[in-house]
Design a protein around this ligand. Structure first.
Ligand code: 1HN
Length: 364
């Protein structure tokens, strides 16, 4: 940095007292823009599924520290020693539960959401309610609620877990408690919250429930699908196509206060305009095929794949297939908004499309 011998000696001298010179580090701390730590990345579904199924032969949920999960690890973060993170703030894992198994009850300060990928007959119990999981359902496990999973069916059950654990780790706010019993006591009828609050805009008269956590614990696929189909009567969002957010019906806010769940539909040929935001995301392809351009690199995707979108990365989506493409994603948007850090910027050149400079080659 061109500092004098005398100044360098001073730096060394104050370092002995655990003191530092701001002029030497200010541009590392206060960068003009976010620096790339997490990288854009894509995981192919067959690669994940094969390993998840293999884990079923090697470990049980109980021996596996409570859950049997293979998680996405962003190579950019892993290289910096930051483990089990798909983006700087978001964790995503793929969990397997086999018939008859139980993932024991516990609670933690991290928020968790789930998206059901395959199988049926398994439930997740949250705060005294058994929620039966079906493909396409979005399920909440709000921070500090007791939760355990059980499988009463006959086929392997696979779902995606999304947690804010990297963020919670960053601020050192992790608390964890195992339940005294493997299965928490069930105090409510099965699918209680859907029966009471599933329609969303109606609340049982006299119900005092409001605010946190969301009174609705599961957003069933039939409702999500109907909402997307109905949106197709209107103009799509230029950046996101036809997209819906899972909300807390009691307060209209994000269903989980720290993790947003989004389902978006791209009609055949649809090519969204590029933008970037501070919030990061992890996408899972529910159906269809296409690609996403992230910072000039093309990431081709098809059903089942996972895609990490880091903070402040330019991105646009294209449906190249002949059916509607559907992308599920989790984001840290509520967190960024809560912290008043969110920023959004539109790509203005070439009708909103980035030039494609390279094509990502995923591991297969
Ligand atoms: C957790 O509790 C679950 O409940 C899944 O299924 C993944 C990852 C980190 C910490 C807790 C679950 C998790 C987790």
């Amino acid at each position: 940095m061109g500092w004098s011998e005398e100044l360098l000696a001073f730096h060394e001298e104050i370092a002995k007292y655990n003191l530092g010179p701001l002029w030497d580090v200010i541009h590392e701390i206060i960068t003009r823009e976010p620096v790339e730590t997490a990288v854009p990345y894509l995981w192919k579904w067959p690669v994940i599924r094969e390993r998840v199924m293999k884990s079923g032969q090697l470990i049980t949920p109980e021996r596996g520290g409570e859950r049997r999960v293979v998680f996405l690890e962003n190579p950019g973060l892993k290289a910096r020693g930051f483990r089990a993170a798909a983006t700087q703030t978001l964790y995503v894992g793929i969990q397997l539960l086999l018939p008859g198994e139980i993932a024991p009850s516990h609670r933690h300060s991290q928020s968790a959401v789930r998206f059901i990928i395959e199988g049926n007959g398994a439930y997740t119990a949250v705060d005294g309610e058994k929620i039966y999981m079906e493909r396409g359902d979005y399920i909440l496990t709000p921070a500090w609620t007791w939760h355990d999973h059980g499988h009463e069916g006959s086929e392997p059950m696979i779902w995606m877990d999304g947690l804010d654990s990297p963020f919670v780790q960053l601020i050192n706010a992790s608390f964890f408690e195992p339940h005294a019993e493997k299965r928490q006591p069930i105090t409510k009828p099965d699918n209680y919250s859907v029966k009471r609050y599933g329609v969303g805009m109606l609340r049982p008269l006299g119900d005092r429930h409001h605010g946190y956590p969301s009174p609705l614990a599961v957003y069933q696929w039939t409702h999500t699908w109907a909402a997307l189909q109905n949106l197709k009567a209107f103009d799509p969002d230029p950046f996101d196509g036809y997209a819906v957010q899972f909300i807390n019906p009691a307060n209209g806010q994000s269903a989980d206060p720290r993790i947003d769940g989004v389902m978006q539909l791209l009609t055949p040929g649809m090519h969204t305009r590029a933008h970037r935001h501070l919030s990061s995301a992890v996408y899972h392809v529910v159906q269809g095929s296409g690609y996403t351009v992230i910072n000039g690199t093309r990431f081709d995707w098809e059903k089942g794949d996972f895609l990490a979108l880091p903070a402040w990365a330019w991105h646009e989506h294209v449906n190249t297939g002949s059916e509607d493409a559907v992308l599920f994603s989790i984001t840290d948007t509520p967190l960024m908004e809560l912290l008043d850090l969110q920023r959004v910027q539109e790509w203005t050149e070439a009708d909103g499309h980035q030039p494609v400079k390279s094509v990502f080659e995923p591991l297969r």
